[in-house]
Design a binder for this molecule. Sequence first.
Ligand SMILES: O=C(O)c1ccc(O)c(O)c1
Ligand SMILES: [Mg+2]
Length: 617
Amino acid sequence: MAPKRSIATVCLSGTLPDKLEAAASAGFDEVEIFENDLLTFEGSAAEAGRLAADLGLGISLFQPFRDFEAMPDPQRARNLDRAERKFDTMQALGAEMILVCSNTQAAALPEPERAAADLREMAERAARRGLRVGYEALAWGRHVNRWRQAWDIVRQADHPALGLILDSFHTLALGDDLAGLSATVPAEKLFFVQLADAPRLSMDPLSWSRHFRSFPGQGELPVPAFLREVLAAGYAGPLSLEVFNDEFRTAPARRIARDGHRSLIWLDEQAGAASLPALPRLDGVAFIEFAVDEAARAQLADFIARLGFRRAGLHRSKAVELWRQGGANIVLNAEPDSAASERFEMVGPCVCAMALRVDDAARTVARAEALLCPVWHERIGEGERRIPALRAPDGTLIYLVQAPEEGGAPHWEADFHLEPSKGASGDFLGIDHVAQALAPGLMDSFALFYRAVFGLTAAAPWDLPDPYGLVHSRAFTSEGGVRLPLNVSESSRTGTGRFVTAFAGAGVHHVAFASPDAAASAAAAIGARAPLLDIPSNYYEDLEARFGLEGMMTEALKARQLLFDRDEAGDFLHAYTHAFDDRFFFEIVERRGGYAGFGAANAAVRMAAQRRQRTGH
Ligand SMILES: O=C(O)c1ccc(O)c(O)c1
Ligand SMILES: [Mg+2]
């Protein structure tokens, strides 16, 4: 039997009924009821219990019960009375277990024997009512903050109705692990397991825990290894998500609940407890598709023609054109009554889809479905192939196109009447990266989607300074050359924020083309009067100082509006276009050696230059 899946109500926004409905609709078996959600609920505890039961949800536990153990008298007696009151509530609610978190009070006594005696007494009283007590070490507990200390106390108390609760955050946040768990804690003493991830931040564990926890796969903690130890110790109870997160509290409960369930499905696979259809092998971005109408198509075609793109094909049955520069493909979609036209009607010219090359599209779709991702079926024309597609968390379509046989043409091209190439087709190697601007609160949803469905590796989060606010950035990359940096900004005045708010939605903010020779590509673009972004002279003086570049070299960069960066592995040369229609823009990039980044050091210069270009000063 697969373990039950549970989620704490504190993870989700809204009222208690909202939270329960979201948990049920996402497919959870059980919920942890947070006391605060019950206190603010207008009905009785029994009514809350019925609400959960009617939705098919069990109640895995009731929590938290704070500052209980090892208190001096008279607090000790008062705490036992308090526990009896909560037992009444639990019985009305239909919750069989209560979570006691380790005492944080300054008055708590540093005496494990006292803690054990108190918990034993509480467990004895719980047992008389058929209830159980689980004890959890908070990372900021006054005297108990490690699971081994909590276990020592539970062991000393030695009561069948008392057991240990593990929480991945409290263990991993202190740099601890579960080594030795299976040798020290009998499976029947492991009462409950809570799971949470978090980004690596250096702050006190309480603030970190209360604001920045995230679902497994969204952060940077080794939660899969944690779960492996838990399962190896014979734990077979529910796996329960417990996340305190400022963004989750404001986001739609249903999206967060679905992310949570996706995270547990992924985590099972990562911990070796279940298998999913295998990850795709990725081989780059096959094409980028823009939603346009006839007028926007003409303008955008002119814009990309200055970067060397030429029309390479017309769709067999739709108002869709294929444009190409070397190995980089752009699709311009003006077909009425399509997913593209729907986007165009809502937001105007925009990227409505991107296509990833995968080794097996059907298997990738099966994996995505197993991970609860919506699959999209476009209406297809006569004799047209169906390209399977997924919806990213913001609604962007991701086509999955099968990598062609050695030397063969890609299947998706068969939908086009290809035009015999007129002259040079350009030397772009392909699409280097696709950067997306996200609405605030969507970063974690995307992180999990890209990691779980495609196995992309997440770089550490990074902040970029726009002149009018910070842009939070995180890059997702794969071995097969898929690079997807994501940007989000709380400020609506940054370039990223404006893009998201001014155009009713997030989406692809820029597309970078890989060039074998950025200097030549930029010179050609300038020759074709492509609008490249002006870079101030100060930037080039700083480059000489930072990297010790020769004056000749910086002059050459400057003449072509090229930016420069360097990491341990190699150099990076890149240039940006102005934004098309004040929206998205393009980038020409050249990676030398194994340069792995995106020129983040230059982002501030780029964003300031874009601001100047847009406002004219
Ligand atoms: O932040 C807290 O106080 C708190 C309460 C209960 C928990 O289970 C927990 O992990 C943290
Ligand atoms: Mg906890």
